[in-house]
Design a protein around this ligand. Structure first.
Ligand code: PBG
Length: 312
């Protein structure tokens, strides 16, 4: 009766890494228990997750080097496997909520989220590429576009492009306060998407800044976002809190790959009680104010709940 917060499956969004081909399940060594999945394997996983009661999923593409170029043309190519997989999931599970990733890095030979010229990121020149990518994903049937690129002005650019193409029902979850973080390491292993040169500090936020997150939130809200995201979650619980208190849109938090990896590593060494530490971590993100949490723990949390309720 006096418990202030709760964590249900309705709060969780589960990320998947997908690749082309068939019958593929390639483990990611820095993300124990997770793998890159081909379409058939993904459909099996989504089916299991739906049975467990999860409803929201995000897909990230692991693209082979031969398809990467400086302008990320593969991101909207007709024969793009990522778009094919979006279609397949929506066809099989129309009631699932599916979110995409919009950024150049999985498709870029430079490994950056924006266009690179002479070592600089070209913000405005990147926007038309993000627009094409978003419209292609909307065409494939995605429910929520997830721009993770941190270019300025991209929410408005994407909103306008979606509306003009007739996808006014497609929502946008903006990676709004996304910090230049070391905790993305295992994710970049999974997609082989680390920057070839330089870092992402000219477009991702400085971990020292909190007030700047308010400005990002204001801009993204005015530009037409439907949800705002804070990323990573654990080192930025205060940022989640301040956005929840001050912004009008729903707040989600991305419990990122490095946060998953460090808890898994401690658990594997027997240094922490995983089944207690994991829900505690997720609850801290809810308590900070997150409405939704993107987390690699989602499936195991669902299994934990199922087991606990069977015990009762
Ligand atoms: C890139 C992107 C990243 C993540 C999601 N989208 C990595 C980055 O910005 O380098 C990281 C997620 C995670 O670490 O779990 N567009």
């Amino acid at each position: 009766m006096v418990r202030e917060n709760w964590l249900g499956l309705e709060h969780l969004i589960y990320p998947f890494f997908v690749l082309d081909g068939e019958n593929q399940r390639i483990p990611i060594s820095s993300l124990p228990g997770l793998a890159r999945l081909s379409e058939d394997e993904l459909l099996k996983e989504v089916d299991e997750c739906m049975e467990l009661g999860l409803r929201s999923f995000v897909l990230f593409p692991a693209v082979e080097d031969q398809f990467k170029d400086q302008t990320a043309t593969y991101s909207y190519a007709d024969d793009n496997f990522y778009l094919r997989i979006i279609r397949a999931v929506k066809e099989r599970f129309p009631e699932a909520s599916l979110m995409s990733d919009v950024a150049m890095d999985p498709y870029s030979s430079d490994g950056h989220d924006g266009l690179v010229k002479d070592g600089q990121i070209l913000n405005d020149e990147t926007l038309p590429i993000l627009q094409r990518m978003s419209v292609a994903q909307a065409q494939a049937g995605i429910d929520i576009i997830g721009p993770s690129d941190m270019m300025d002005g991209r929410i408005e650019a994407i909103r306008v492009a979606l509306d003009e193409a007739g996808y006014d029902q497609t929502a946008i979850m903006s990676y709004c306060a996304k910090y230049a973080s070391a905790y993305y390491g295992p994710f970049r292993d999974a997609l082989d998407s680390a920057p070839k040169a330089g870092d992402k500090k000219t477009y991702q936020m400085d971990p020292a800044n909190k007030r700047e997150a308010l400005r990002e939130a204001l801009l993204d809200t005015e530009e037409g976002a439907d949800y705002l995201m804070v990323k990573p979650a654990l080192c930025y619980l205060d940022v989640i809190h301040v956005l929840k208190e001050n912004a009008e849109l729903p707040i989600t938090a991305y419990n990122v790959s490095g946060e998953y990896a460090m808890l898994k590593a401690a658990a594997q060494n027997g240094w922490l009680d995983y089944e207690k530490a994991m829900p505690e971590m997720l609850m801290s993100i809810r308590r900070a104010g997150a409405d939704g949490i993107l987390t690699y723990f989602a499936k195991e949390y669902a299994q934990l709940i199922q087991r606990d309720s069977a015990r009762r």
